[in-house]
Each structure stands twice: as C-alpha cells, then as structure tokens.
Design a protein around this ligand. Structure first.
Ligand SMILES: [Zn+2]
Length: 319
C-alpha cells in the first residue's frame, strides 16, 4: 500500500487574478486554477467565488485525502496573526476583512494569512532559484515591486508586517511620483508598469525606438520583444531599471549580509537585459561578502511560486 502525502490548499489573491492550488507537503503543485478578480461583484461575492473555486479543486482531488490547511497570500496591508486584510488597494471594498476566519469557516479547515510577496519568496526559497540559501530577498516586478525577505530560513515580517517593502525605497534624484504618493520609489522605475510608463513618455518626447504602432499599448512584454531586436530605447530603460535595483540591493545586501536576491514577477522576463547593469552596481557597492558568493538570479517558478510557497509556510506553522 502506498502512503499518500499530506496536501494543502493554497490561494494567491491578486488585483488581476485569483489563483488557487493544491500542493503537497513537500511543495509539489498537484493542481491549480485561476479566475479574474473582477468576477467578484462585491467583497462578499468574491469570497464566495474563492471558496467555491477551492472546493472544486478539493473535490477533483478527493483521492489525495482531505487537505490539512489553507495558506492565503494577499496583497496590500495585512495583519497575518489576526488573519485580517486591512486594505487591499487593488481589490475594491476589501477593508478590515477577516479573511482567515471566513475561509476557514467556508472550508472547515485551518487557514493562515501571509503577504503575497512573502509567499512568493517562500516558494523560490523552498523549491525555486533560492534553494539552500537561508538569507535572501525576492523582488517581484509587476504592477509594483514586491519584496519578500527570508532571514535564517524564515520570513521576516518586521514589527508592522511592513518589512521588505523594497519597492518604496527611494532613489536619490528620481523625481517620479509613486502610486503610494511618495516621490522617488524604486517601483516607479523598476516595476513592469513603471518601465512601460517611462517608455511611453520617452516615445512622446521623440526618443528613437523601433516600436511602431500605438504607444499606449506598450507593456513590459512588448518592451522585451523590442529589446530582443536591439531596440535602443527599451534596452536603455531596462538597463536603468537594473541600475536602480543594483543600488537598492547593494543597500539591502550591505545591511543584512544576504547571499541571494531572486528577481521574479512578470518583469523578470527582462532579467537578461537588466543583469549587466545591476551586477556592475553591486560589484561596486557590496562590501559584506565576496562577490562570487553572492547570487542575483531570475526566479525559477514564475507565477506559481506563491502556491508552492504555501506548503513551506504551512509546514513552518506546524500544520
Ligand atoms: Zn512608493
């Protein structure tokens, strides 16, 4: 008789999509699904859809036994211990939402809450590009720049669960206004959205580019294609983003003595175009270790990283 491994449910709630998964205790993603966040017509309706979606995954995999627990990754301002989403800027109406209690009641299993970028980092640490390195940071380049910090093999949340908000570390001389209302934040130049905005502005200002067609349709994917064809404008913007990340990462490496930075999220597709300028700055500024022992690498798990990280979180919580 073969012994079946314990399974967990995993949830990654984003402003665009809600992703769900069934993952083994060892971090193998057995099944996953997703639906647009905008399908939820109200906060309560969205919760209902999420519960239905998780139950569907569960039922489809009845042979794997009853999942032991659920890990929820949520964006915005959360209180993990209390299980509350205080505010999620990209999900209308989500204020002071006791999501852990609601999901736990709907599914009748224990649930835990964590920041989405932290779950992403746990995924890369346990099964992805950061395996075997217990002091590391993951940057996710998407709408913003998320950060997940792992110290001594554990997520570091800080006193106000505001740790690793690297996207809002300011860059000297950067005049751009961030979505958070502050000026100069890293994410204005290094997020997928920020890079696309800069590209549009520079096209309007007459910078030379191979891009033809409607500049308003430019996103980081189009920029990556252009960069692959040696488009000077997109290559320059990626190089500048690499430099900006290099400065912020130098600061973080020097402060914490980390060994690895993992670059994930949709914008990480441009890693090859950012790597050189980023490494140049790191070589110039990192003093905490021998450069050859530091690794700045592209994430290996893509968008499923948070679902895989759910297993690491639930193991760490004793489920
Ligand atoms: Zn900011």
């Amino acid at each position: 008789m073969t012994e079946t491994e314990d399974t967990f449910l995993a949830l990654d709630i984003g402003g665009t999509n809600v992703k769900s998964g069934l993952v083994t205790r060892g971090g193998e993603l057995k099944k996953h699904d997703s639906f647009p966040t905008s399908d939820g017509k109200s906060p309560a309706h969205l919760i209902e859809l999420i519960a239905r979606n998780l139950k569907k995954l569960w039922n489809e995999s009845a042979s794997d036994g009853r999942p032991k627990a659920l890990a929820i990754g949520a964006p915005g301002w959360i209180k993990p211990k209390e299980g509350i989403v205080v505010m999620a800027p990209n999900i209308p109406g989500w204020r002071d939402l006791p999501i852990t209690r609601l999901m736990s009641q709907a599914l009748d299993i224990p649930a835990v809450l964590e920041n989405d970028a932290n779950l992403y980092a746990l995924g890369e640490w346990s099964k992805g590009a950061g395996q075997g390195r217990d002091n590391q940071i993951t940057l996710t380049l998407g709408t913003g720049v998320g950060g997940g910090l792992i110290l001594d093999g554990k997520i570091w949340n800080g006193s106000f669960t505001s740790a690793a908000e690297v996207g809002h570390i300011p860059l000297v001389g950067n005049p751009r206004v961030c979505g958070c209302g502050r000026v100069g934040c890293l994410e204005t130049v290094a997020s997928a959205l920020g890079m696309a905005s800069i590209m549009k502005e520079r096209i309007a200002a007459g910078h030379e580019t191979l891009h033809r067609g409607d500049p308003n349709k430019i996103d980081s994917k189009i920029m990556m294609e252009l960069a692959g064809k040696k488009d000077p404008l997109s290559l320059r913007i990626f190089r500048e983003a690499g430099e900006a990340m290099g400065y912020v990462l130098s600061f973080v490496f020097n402060l914490l003595g980390l060994e690895t930075a993992v670059i994930g999220g949709g914008g990480a597709g441009a890693f090859e175009f950012m790597e050189e300028s980023m490494t140049e700055i790191l070589e110039r500024h990192v003093v905490t270790a021998v450069m050859s022992e530091i690794a700045v690498v592209r994430g290996a798990l893509g968008g499923n990283a948070p679902l895989i990280g759910a297993a690491a979180l639930l193991n760490a919580c004793g489920h």
